[in-house]
Design a protein around this ligand. Structure first.
Ligand SMILES: [Mn+2]
Length: 433
């Protein structure tokens, strides 16, 4: 049976308790899971897909309920101020989001959530990483993604999608895939028995459904706007993104209550400035806020994306360590972060705007053993031209390919600013092979 038409808040509460019941009674269940960085895009992809599919499951669905999992512990929500800003527009609170903490503990998950009882739809990634990936990657039943295809998901995914297309935002692809089902839900009202078309006035039920649609549309819209800089980034914006924005804006307009005060640019600015408002976070939290990890040839690579400059992080590190030697404090903080995760190779990518308003990227690479050091040097040579890497200098000379006790580090300006982690990660991984 499909889930009842509901608000986002109502749906998430329903999904959370249904997840508990499914675990307790070993029922089949389908998860929709975003990637481990758990950025806004991953979160909204999984929520949007799970919401629409649970209310309109295909006849041969593995299970009628689709549970959206945000791929972080609950505590990770607090270091994502853009989530909190967006939740207000979608009328949900952090406690509604379903996170890793809602799954059985890793030590018992295999027996409590038997792989054969699960199906996993990957959104915003196409290779199931991490501890969950180790246990459940054989159970991947569908994918919608905009990263490089790692050819891990089988071609035949039955009634679930197999969509891997380069776009600014993966949420655009989810929106595109769900359009028809969503439109049917919108016109069906609260249940199929609802009366329709009574003159030109909206019935109360229509008003409620339009509000729910508009809240969900804002949730999806936020990611697309963040990922495409309000559709202004020519490098990132594709036809899929602009069409999805058009579609979601139309959903918002059906709700006079929300559309009256809605302005796309203001909405983008609000979510974007919340995303950049990380001054109150600890440096370790800034580094783990948008973080991804890979295993390559027995070596472990981690990459943090940060929306502030290295300079900002160095000052933060200096403040936290109460020292004047900012470079040293910063490098120590990076060592600590890498050690906690047992990394062989660690990279930090930053985005910032210069005082002249120019969009900039920095790239820092830190290697911790001989083979990681040779991979890092190979990367530097191979990627130099494509990324247009240029030496970055600081007071302590951190940029000079410094070697310390068994480590090597270097910082560059990445002058080709169109390349995000989506491109830099594959280049680093290639160099490790
Ligand atoms: Mn994405």
């Amino acid at each position: 049976m499909p889930a009842p038409r509901n608000s986002l808040r109502g749906f998430l509460a329903h999904a959370k308790s249904a997840l508990r019941a499914a675990v307790d009674s070993s029922q089949k269940i389908t998860f929709v899971i975003g990637n481990e960085s758990a950025d806004l895009d991953s979160m909204t992809c999984s929520v949007l897909y799970a919401y629409i599919r649970s209310m309109a499951p295909p006849p041969s669905a593995f299970s009628p309920l689709y549970v959206p999992i945000t791929n972080i512990p609950f505590s990770g929500i607090q270091i994502r101020p853009e989530f909190l800003a967006l939740f207000r527009h979608a009328d949900i609170e952090p406690r509604h989001l379903i996170t890793l903490d809602d799954l059985p503990d890793l030590s018992v998950i295999k027996s409590k959530l038997r792989p054969e009882n699960t199906s996993w739809i990957l959104v915003d990634h196409n290779a199931f990483q991490g501890q969950l990936g180790k246990i459940y990657s054989e159970r991947v039943g569908g994918v919608i993604d905009h990263h490089e295809d790692e050819s891990k998901v089988p071609q035949d995914t039955g009634c679930e999608p197999h969509v891997i297309v380069k776009t600014g935002s993966c949420t655009s692809l989810v929106t595109e895939y769900c359009r028809q089902a969503w439109d049917s839900l919108s016109s069906a009202g609260i249940d199929s028995g609802t009366a329709h078309g009574q003159g030109d006035t909206l019935s109360d039920d229509d008003t409620v459904v339009n509000l729910w649609d508009a809240q969900l549309a804002q949730l999806g819209l936020a990611s697309i706007l963040i990922d495409t800089a309000n559709l202004q980034s020519e490098d990132k914006t594709t036809e899929h993104d602009s069409k999805a924005v058009e579609y979601l804006e139309a959903k918002i307009r059906t709700c006079p209550q929300l559309s009256a005060g809605f302005n796309r640019s203001n909405f983008y600015k609000e979510i974007n400035s919340a995303k950049k408002d990380i001054g109150g976070l600890k440096l370790q939290d800034i580094l783990r806020k948008d973080y991804k990890q890979w295993n390559e040839q027995g070596q472990r690579l981690g990459i943090s994306s940060v929306v502030k400059s290295i300079d900002f992080m160095q000052r933060k590190a200096g403040d936290e360590a109460n020292t004047q030697s900012l470079d040293k404090a910063y490098i120590e903080a990076l060592h600590r972060f890498s050690k906690d995760r047992d990394l062989d190779l660690y990279a930090v990518m930053t985005t910032s705007t210069s005082s002249e308003g120019e969009f900039r990227r920095e790239l820092l690479v830190l290697a911790f053993n001989d083979s990681a050091i040779s991979a890092a040097k190979k990367f530097a040579a191979d990627a130099q031209e494509e990324l247009r890497l240029e030496d970055w200098l600081s007071s302590d000379g951190i940029a000079h390919g410094q070697s310390g006790d068994g480590y090597w580090t270097k910082v560059w300006w990445q002058r080709n600013v169109q390349h995000s982690r989506k491109r830099v990660a594959p280049l680093l991984r290639e160099a490790m092979n």
